[in-house]
Design a protein around this ligand. Sequence first.
Ligand SMILES: Nc1ncnc2c1ncn2[C@@H]1O[C@H](COP(=O)(O)OP(=O)(O)OP(=O)(O)O)[C@@H](O)[C@H]1O
Ligand SMILES: [Mg+2]
Length: 318
Amino acid sequence: MSKLEIAIWVSNLKKCYQNKDVLKDVSFSVPAGTIYALLGSNGAGKTTTIRILTTQMKADSGEMKIEGYNVSKQPQKVHEVIRLTGQFSAVDEVLTGKENLIIMGRLCHLPNPEKRADELLDYFELSVSANQIVSTYSGGMKRKLDIAMSLVGNPKVIFLDEPTTGLDPQSRHSMWKIIKELNRAGVTIFLTTQYLEEAEQLADKIAILDKGVIIAEGTPEELKSYLPQGVIQFLFEDRETLEKAKSLMGDYKTSSIPKEYKLTVVTDGKADTLAQIFSRFYQNKVSIHTFSQLTPNLEDAFLTMIAEREEENQWRSS
Ligand SMILES: Nc1ncnc2c1ncn2[C@@H]1O[C@H](COP(=O)(O)OP(=O)(O)OP(=O)(O)O)[C@@H](O)[C@H]1O
Ligand SMILES: [Mg+2]
């Protein structure tokens, strides 16, 4: 893929606030026309990344390009191709929805700001409330207006900082629909979220940011495949059988819930391995009540990766 087809390119980005490393050597790239999600918990560094990429804050070091423009050296050019919808709403509550859009249109030097405002109100199904002041809007309507504001100047790249935090499930789904539609219209979308489900629903690629470091990156499927695939859960008739089964598992990694007579065994998922486990049970007269194969979800992947990193850090510092 040529450099021009990369919408966002970040290399070795570092930022420290008052001696605290908030972003530690972050690198990634986002192909044009795709949705990229930066997933992380509170304080991971998501908003800081967005603020730096949208030129509101300077990086300590690193190189960043948006649509080929250097973020530190060509901020004006970057402004022409991007829009940002922040974690906290930027709309003016005492103006109407339409007035907000018209002002934004003027700031973007559009020839006909009113026409663009009407188009966007229509697109976001806000026409009926166009002339009401924004303080009377619901949370979901405000978010829609926020996104509409960011679309006024037909940007190529949109940054959405936690676009659905605090929305009810219905408004969240309608926001997902809007984000997907924008992307279908060719806009590259960079979003941050604390919700795995949101990243999984929307993103072509997800990066997991933990304490300023990208600890994993990939498609939702790739992230899930980091986890062992052959996790089997056995259910036994009683505790005694469970304990016996557990003692037969030798080198396999296991965990059990004694009260529920459940044993979980991590295998490599190969048929030979499974056959070997079953035959050990059979030869030792351990009867299995039921068994099932567990499918890892993204949440497991996320938690496992964070836990592994914590263990590693403890090991390093000890
Ligand atoms: N202006 C500032 N001065 C000092 N520290 C800051 C400043 N802004 C952010 N931080 C710290 O930087 C870290 C990352 O903050 P950031 O806002 O980027 O996180 P976030 O991933 O967006 O979190 P959230 O999900 O809560 O929005 C946090 O530890 C935060 O306390
Ligand atoms: Mg934030």
